[in-house]
Design a binder for this molecule. Structure first.
Ligand SMILES: Cc1cc2nc3c(=O)[nH]c(=O)nc-3n(C[C@H](O)[C@H](O)[C@H](O)COP(=O)(O)OP(=O)(O)OC[C@H]3O[C@@H](n4cnc5c(N)ncnc54)[C@H](O)[C@@H]3O)c2cc1C
Length: 311
């Protein structure tokens, strides 16, 4: 079938490739190119964050984990498995860890924890280097014969009339495009600092330095972050920058002197739950509202879009 995907963030690209691999002819229409999207601002690590509903998210996350694990064998994908230290205040593992494959997690020892922390665990998870991964996906889509056109779609129904199916992967903009009041921004600011030796992959999302995360990559180390509900200001904020630097260097003191290369802001597409469904009596499928977990659930959601076309 001929399928039009709207959007070329991680959700649009992944969905388009899954559809191609199921034998469909796919084109992408997109307002912004992949490296200009919210997806390009992300860290990005495999970990569901501000994304619902839990049970489905865990299924989608697990499916994505499996794909990322295979991809990690290919250095050109920008995906690799890393030991990720998650700091927490409790002995129980958080709900999302149910999506982890067996045997990939253990409690951190006292010597692995930053000063002042008593609990944490180390999970082997996919780390996705966005400046490598998004072009990798775009190339894969185009090598599969897909056409990507830059344009803004103003009316989904009109566009859907030109294809067998249309898949809406417009992230935060879906709120306006389809009049969905359940969509809201979750503002995230990140810093890219010069790499330092021996910096761990680490996050504190509920302890004394929350929200702090540290993701070393090839090009830089990403330091985060913020998760400001319903705030849609895309300009970097100095107070946030200083807060991120302070919290991250509380965890890894060597970061106190890190040279900041850039500061970016992305608006995560928050929603009460991800919208992944066929719109009744239309040829439109929605796939948006992935909050702070778009990479984590991307392949699971894309496979479900493919399934939606079969039933
Ligand atoms: C700071 C930060 C850190 C993050 N960290 C992580 C992480 O570690 N792990 C993780 O899993 N997730 C993370 N996320 C979340 C993740 O980035 C998002 O869930 C994901 O990017 C959403 O992807 P998307 O493709 O739906 O949206 P977007 O990337 O916003 O893409 C939307 C696409 O739709 C297009 N579009 C919109 N409207 C139209 C229109 N009318 N016509 C044509 N095209 C249109 C846009 O141009 C764009 O191409 C993070 C996000 C931020 C901001």
């Amino acid at each position: 079938m001929k399928i039009t995907v709207i959007g070329s963030g991680v959700i649009g690209l992944t969905t388009a490739i899954a559809l191609q691999e199921a034998g469909h002819e796919v084109e992408i229409l997109t307002k912004n190119l992949p490296m200009e999207t919210t997806s390009a601002v992300a860290g990005a690590i495999w970990m569901p964050f501000h994304v619902e509903p839990l049970e489905k998210v865990n299924q989608w996350s697990r499916a994505s984990y499996n794909v990322f694990e295979v991809m990690s064998a290919d250095a050109s994908s920008g995906v690799h498995l890393v030991d990720f230290l998650v700091l927490d205040n409790q002995h129980d593992f958080p709900n999302w860890t149910a999506a982890m494959p067996e045997g990939r997690m253990r409690r951190a020892t006292a010597s692995e924890l930053p000063t002042g922390y008593e609990h944490g665990f180390i999970a082997e998870v996919p780390m996705i280097e966005t400046p490598i991964y998004l072009p990798f996906l775009q190339n894969k889509f185009q090598d599969n014969g897909g056409k990507l056109t830059v344009c803004e779609v103003k009316n989904l129904t009109e566009m859907a009339a030109k294809a067998d199916w249309l898949v809406n992967c417009t992230g935060l903009d879906a709120g306006k495009l389809v009049g969905d009041k359940d969509v809201f921004p979750i503002r995230g600011q990140v810093l890219r600092v010069e790499n330092q030796p021996s910096v761990p992959y680490l996050a504190d999302d509920e302890g004394p330095n929350a929200l702090a995360y540290i993701f070393p990559r090839k090009d830089c180390t990403v330091l985060g972050g913020t998760a400001q509900m319903t705030i849609d200001d895309e300009s970097p904020n100095e107070e946030d920058t200083l807060g991120i630097l302070r919290r991250c260097s509380n965890l890894v003191p060597a970061l106190a002197t890190a040279v900041v290369k850039s500061v970016s802001v992305g608006l995560r597409p928050g929603r009460t739950t991800i919208r992944l469904e066929r719109e009744p009596a239309t040829n439109i499928i929605h796939n948006y509202g992935h909050g702070g977990g778009g990479y984590t659930v991307s392949w699971g959601c894309a496979f479900e879009v493919v399934e939606n076309l079969r039933v």
